[in-house]
Design a protein around this ligand. Structure first.
Ligand SMILES: C[S@@+](CC[C@H](N)C(=O)[O-])C[C@H]1O[C@@H](n2cnc3c(N)ncnc32)[C@H](O)[C@@H]1O
Length: 284
């Protein structure tokens, strides 16, 4: 069974609980401990996901492939047939993302160069394929204002939960305040973002590595999201919207998005950033 991710998802800025979408029948949301039951119910309603109640009852629902679970006030995603993979959550406070914020090289990082960050230019970036928000958080922690767009409700729910928890944290609260999530498909609704200077794109691309080599977390994410087969359709609206530039993250072996030659590329070990310049960045 696979998730219907191409179902039309109307633009929704999170206040709208009327969002209609095709029900996701192979995923349900529940709680691990009953202290989280109200929170889990609210989230199931907000994201229009099936409500499971106690996740221990998942075994009675063979149709379920994934569960979203509230576990000690944190939303996590588990793949039921591969429990050894553990759970995915969005955590901007601890772990890899926090480590990168502290020791990742600041404005010298390739992603900062790609978006054109420099003294006197700290852009408003639309991350139109937000995923778990890691790249967006790196840019936000460098001072950029971030609009994040994500079309899959399950991914958007995880991301929203991570941003909301980060807002409550003393160290990263200010950064998270600068991250606004919009649950929508950016191919159709990119212009919901308010005049971004830069549009950043990182659609899923078929992975070459054997699945065992892909990190556990990535395996759950990939099996949920699949490939973004319509990704070429992102470039045109991005070029129309970005004031200064569009940045596309690609695996090194992948052709450019929509086969359109970029103005320049920044090459890294496994990936590259293709940069499409609309207008020169103002001199600092
Ligand atoms: C490779 S992940 C992005 C990872 C992200 N850069 C990060 O650092 O966590 C791609 C994400 O883009 C989302 N996506 C793809 N096409 C989209 C579209 N047209 N509109 C909104 N989200 C989209 C997918 O659902 C997936 O979550």
């Amino acid at each position: 069974m696979s998730i219907n991710k191409t179902a039309k998802i109307p633009a929704n800025e999170f206040k709208n609980e009327q969002l209609t979408q095709v029900p996701l029948s192979n995923i349900a949301l529940g709680y691990v401990d009953s202290v989280d039951s109200d929170h889990a119910k609210r989230l199931a309603k907000k994201w229009q996901l099936n409500y499971l109640g106690d996740v221990a009852s998942a075994s009675k629902h063979p149709e379920l492939e994934f569960i979203l679970q509230m576990n000690q006030h944190v939303l996590e995603l588990c793949k039921l047939d591969e429990p050894k993979l553990g759970a995915i959550k969005v955590d901007f406070v601890e772990g890899a993302v926090a480590h990168r914020r502290k020791f990742g090289g600041g404005r010298g990082q390739d992603i900062a160069k790609a978006v054109g960050l420099k003294h006197g230019f700290t852009p408003h970036v639309l991350d139109a394929t937000a995923g778990l928000g890691r790249d967006a958080f790196v840019l936000a922690s460098l001072g950029c204002q971030l609009t994040l767009m994500e079309r899959m409700p399950v991914v958007a729910a995880l991301l929203d939960d991570g941003i909301e928890r980060a807002k409550l944290n003393v160290e990263v609260g200010d950064i998270a305040q600068n991250m606004q999530l919009i649950h929508a498909s950016s191919i159709e609704s990119m212009d919901l973002a308010n005049q971004p200077d830069v549009v950043y794109l990182d659609p899923m691309f078929p992975h070459r590595e054997k699945s065992a080599a892909v990190k556990k977390e990535m395996r759950i994410f990939q099996s949920l999201v699949g490939e973004d087969l319509d990704a070429d359709g992102l470039l045109e609206p991005a070029l129309a919207l970005a004031k200064y530039r569009v940045v596309v993250k690609r695996p090194s072996y992948a052709p450019p998005l929509a086969n359109k030659k970029p103005s320049m590329s920044i090459n890294m070990k496994k990936n590259r950033f293709d940069v499409y310049v609309n207008k020169a960045i103002p001199k600092g």
